[in-house]
Design a protein around this ligand. Structure first.
Ligand code: F0G
Length: 472
């Protein structure tokens, strides 16, 4: 059938199309490369995109962490940063913003999210403990396991089926959580809920689910920590998907979310809209006292904890801006725009599109590549080879080896994450990404071999692993 061409001129009172809620004041040139150059750079990087130089990348989707663009308000706030060692004005600006958004009165700054985990968990987690949650992020899990404690994943099963549409695929399975508490409550120092759930695909957790976790925690006398790296995106999904929240502002929703928690760890590099920074916030003095003991030796004095005064100023403004609907709508719209382009080409990804990224289901794309040859890593290499676009494997290489058997862990999903930095690329870049991926998708049947490991570190191997084409 020929395409139907609608004559737009005949439609009265057309709805205005969507556009960004900001305009661009400063730009950073990026450079394309040739396929020959990329082949050479891949070899030099041992087929691990972490080892590429950033200037060898055209569109960088490695992470949305610390890679966003700050606003004019944030840059101007940096000029009034107070760099006093103790009691800086900038700390109090940041603290007041955090307290007004979350209701938490105690704030401990840290240099980034994993440092917040390190400080808080040093006070709370001991050998043999069990910390249940929803797909703990790697650093969160690392900080639990390095203390010889256990991270138990209680994410809903729906998250494992990438084709399934579910509005809150990041949620906690209350029955699984209850089973852990029922059996081992004495060993549980707290429950951790990651909003949004990064590992499951940037998928949100509903307010109802947060409420259920709270009720269960109360029944067992347990406290709840939110890993809040993408809390604002989570609030956006509550507003747009959960019954009863359409009329609420993002700030009201954020306040209600945190009313259901006892504390938060924060990587400010995501929803704080800054390039570096983090914090712990809590309503409990005993947890604050515990964190105080460790922040000073690990991070720095209580009113800077590894952050510059100017960065705390920028964070205060970033938190304010990113809890406004227009900013979040622009951001999530772009991720959904990319998803819609991939739908046109039938490319499988974790559905629905997440808040910060699209997670391509590599096992459904490179069906000929055996799992022992790492399909998601192979797809990551192919996308870079195609167009200089850097994604990130969230799959079998990242999963590391079983600590006891030393076998590769092939039990989870094998995904390639395309993380979209905030306020950085335009929808034209999204078109380039979609078409590049389509080109790889079109030749997927011809890709039958993946990569093999030449060298790997014993833990967190994905950063430094050396790979080679499996057929060599
Ligand atoms: N929690 C979540 C949910 C995260 O996604 C991250 C980082 C952290 C904690 C740790 O924060 O990087 O500031 O130390 N995620 C980045 C990513 C690295 O690419 O997803 P950090």
């Amino acid at each position: 059938m020929p395409p139907v061409i609608i004559n737009l001129k005949t439609i009265p009172n057309m709805e205005l199309p969507f556009a960004e809620s900001w305009r661009i004041k400063m730009i950073e040139p990026i450079r394309k490369s040739t396929r020959e150059e990329r082949e050479q750079w891949l070899r030099e990087a041992d087929y691990n995109v972490f080892q590429l130089k950033a200037e060898q990348v055209y569109i960088d989707l490695l992470t949305d962490s610390g890679t966003g663009a700050m606003s004019d308000r944030q840059w101007s706030a940096m000029m009034v940063g107070d760099e006093s060692y103790a009691g800086a004005k900038s700390f109090f600006h940041m603290k007041d913003m955090i307290s007004s958004l979350t209701g938490f009165g105690y704030v401990v700054p840290t240099h980034q999210g994993r440092a917040a985990e390190n400080v808080l968990f040093s006070a709370l987690v001991k050998e043999g403990d069990i910390v249940p949650g929803n797909s703990h992020f790697d650093t969160t899990k690392g900080h639990i396991e390095s203390r010889h404690a256990f991270a138990v994943d209680c994410t809903i099963d729906e998250a494992r089926d990438t084709a399934l549409e579910h509005p809150f695929k990041g949620s906690v399975d209350i029955a699984k959580l209850e089973a852990v508490l029922e059996k081992d409550a004495a060993r549980v120092p707290f429950i951790i809920v990651t909003v949004t759930n990064n590992t499951a695909g940037g998928q949100p957790v509903s307010m109802e689910n947060l409420r259920q976790v709270r009720r269960l925690a109360d029944r067992y006398g347990k406290r709840v920590v939110f890993d809040s790296a993408r809390f604002a995106e989570n609030a956006y999904f509550i507003k747009t998907r959960e019954e009863g929240y359409a009329g609420h502002t993002i700030k009201e929703i954020v306040r209600e979310m945190f009313s259901l928690a006892d504390a938060m760890t924060m990587s400010a590099k995501k929803d704080g809209l800054v390039n570096m920074g983090g914090f712990i916030a809590t309503r409990h003095q005993d947890w604050f006292e515990g964190a105080k003991r460790f922040v000073i030796p690990f991070e720095g004095y209580l009113t800077y904890g590894g952050m510059n005064g100017r960065d705390m100023e920028a964070l205060a403004v970033g938190l304010d801006e990113n809890t406004e609907f227009d900013n979040l709508e622009t951001r999530i719209h772009q991720v959904q725009y990319l998803a819609a382009r991939l739908d046109e080409f039938g490319i499988p990804y974790q559905r629905p599109a997440g808040g910060h990224a699209i997670f391509i289901d590599a096992s459904k794309v490179l069906t000929k590549v055996p799992k022992e040859e790492f399909p998601a890593q192979t797809l990551t290499v192919e996308l870079y080879r195609e167009a200089g676009i850097r994604g990130c494997e969230i799959g079998y290489i990242l999963a590391d080896r079983d600590p006891v058997t030393r076998e590769n862990r092939f039990g989870g999903l094998d995904l390639m994450r395309l993380a979209i930095p905030r306020r950085t690329y335009t929808d034209n870049h999204m078109d380039v990404i979609a078409v590049a991926l389509k080109n790889v998708y079109d030749r997927r049947e011809s890709i039958t071999r993946g990569v093999k490991i030449i060298w790997e570190a014993p833990l967190m191997r994905h950063f430094t692993v050396k790979l080679a084409p499996a057929c060599d």
